[in-house]
Write a protein that binds this ligand. Structure first.
Ligand code: ARG
Length: 469
């Protein structure tokens, strides 16, 4: 058992208590951020004359080595220490003796852990954004290839009106685009530095908080030290945004599962992204999509756990806050993994255009357009709706599509119909007449594709510390 705070204690901590309290098994994940934070702190202590220049230089040089060694694996992180902060400090002291003991001047583990977690999360927000961008590129590729791939659009999972695959995919493009905006927004709000908050009340040393904030790529220091050590809003915001990402992925997965079913056969998932059954040789299962759908609940759980952990906490730091880590790490790993796998599945999936078109044609998806035809020939819409309702009933009885009726059959239901009805209710016409922006018509869709392409070309995430202009 190796801990930093034995001075006022007269008894050894019970082993179980020690283990219950320890966080090194998971906070070792931000060893890099911990050391980078310490280096910025020590450099500033030197500049401010709180440590001598020599002391600061000696500590910095050794921290650099420790960082390199933890990264190349020559220095193993020993879980004998309570947390990653204690580990790094102990190694430093073992190596350079008393000077090492000065590292923690003007700092508490409360502001240290707040800093480490914020820096780690900031990077994860950027990585999530990059994965979302890659997914958007895959979605856009499908959109560009399928502006004329007709499929049924659904409401209530009932065939409603014909759309195109490009149009259907375009809805997901918009969702993931909003997810990226959320990442950017969170980043802008979270990128302020807690270092220098001390345990809760700042410190008596003349720290230059603006200096460390800038050195670590933050926009500036957090303006209240109690908030600095106890704010976890940014994690809640990030988890909430990840929940929304997962909700989008899960809806998309659900559609792929339906489209991949024996009944629909709209898609064929690539062999690399499906699995077989141990007993049923004919099976090819959409496991990746199912797992993405399943893991969504797990990410929701993380958000709810953290909200609950925070709801009763008085200011400032409380140990409950240590619970922010494992669940956040798990949610981040899960969401990032799902984004990458989903993109792989989407870019290798085969869309069965003929099946989609046939399904749209046989599903009365042109019924609205048949009613619109009547309206254009002077029939009031409500009457037109009734007439087409009769046509649908007639077709169901005869088991045919609307455009398989003869003109005589049309005329027997309403004399208004003429030969041009066939052109008016062809699948192509139904789709391509819908030309308001946001609709599936070819020209409208191409306009949107050009806008989405321009969006992808300009939307680089700001580097740490670079504020958006
Ligand atoms: N492992 C702790 C955490 O994650 C670090 C801060 C410890 N501070 C304290 N006062 N015990 O929150």
């Amino acid at each position: 058992m190796a801990q930093l705070w034995g001075g006022r204690f007269t008894k050894e901590t019970d082993r179980l208590v020690y283990q219950f309290n320890a966080s090194i098994s998971f906070d070792r994940r931000f060893v890099t951020q911990d050391i980078e934070g310490s280096m910025a702190h020590v450099r500033m202590l030197g500049k401010q004359g709180i440590l001598t220049q020599e002391e600061a230089a000696q500590i910095t040089a050794e921290l650099k080595k420790i960082l390199a060694e933890t990264q190349d694996g020559t220095l193993e992180i020993s879980e004998e220490y309570e947390d990653i902060h204690s580990f790094v400090e102990a190694v430093l002291i073992q190596r350079i003796g008393d000077t090492g003991k000065k590292l923690h001047t003007g700092r508490s583990r409360n502001d240290q852990v707040a800093l480490d977690m914020r820096m780690y999360t900031r990077e994860q927000v950027q990585q999530t954004d990059a994965l979302l961008k890659e997914l958007l590129e895959a979605v856009l590729a499908v959109m560009k290839a399928h502006t004329q791939t007709i499929m049924p659009g659904f409401t209530h999972l009932q065939k409603a009106q014909p759309v195109t695959l490009a149009h259907h995919m375009g809805a997901y493009f918009e969702m993931f685009k909003r997810d990226r905006l959320r990442m950017r927004d969170i980043y802008e709000r979270m990128n302020y530095c807690p270092l220098g908050s001390g345990a809760l009340a700042g410190t008596t040393y003349p720290l230059d908080r603006a200096d460390t904030a800038q050195a670590l790529g933050f926009y500036g220091p957090m303006l209240n030290s109690m908030d600095g050590v106890s704010d976890r809003d940014y994690l809640i915001e990030f988890l909430s945004a990840l929940c929304t990402v997962m909700m989008h992925l899960s809806r998309f997965s659900e559609e792929i599962i339906i489209w991949n079913s024996n009944e629909y056969q709209f898609v064929e998932i690539d062999d690399a992204y499906s699995t077989g059954s141990s007993i049923m040789p004919q099976k090819k299962n959409p496991d990746i999509a199912e797992l993405v759908r399943g893991k969504t609940g797990r990410v929701y759980g993380a958000l709810l756990s953290l909200l609950t952990a925070m709801k009763g906490l008085p200011l400032a730091y409380n140990k409950d806050m240590q619970e922010d880590k494992e669940l956040t790490f798990d949610a981040i790993d899960t969401a990032k993994g799902c984004l990458a796998l989903f993109r792989g599945m989407l870019s290798t999936i085969r869309f069965r255009k003929e099946r989609m078109r046939e399904s749209a044609a046989l599903g009365f998806t042109n019924a609205t357009d048949a009613a619109d035809y009547l309206v254009n020939h002077g029939v009031p819409f409500r009457d037109a709706h009734g007439i087409v309702g009769k046509i649908v009933l007639y077709c169901i009885e005869k088991n045919i599509a609307i455009d398989e009726m003869s003109l005589d059959e049309f005329k027997s239901i309403s004399p208004v119909f003429e030969e041009d009805i066939y052109e008016a209710i062809s699948m192509e016409a139904c789709v391509n007449k819908r030309l308001t922006i946001g609709a599936p018509g070819k020209e409208a869709m191409e306009q949107v594709i050009a806008l989405e392409e321009a969006y992808l070309a300009q939307s680089a995430f700001p580097q740490a510390g670079q504020r958006e202009q």
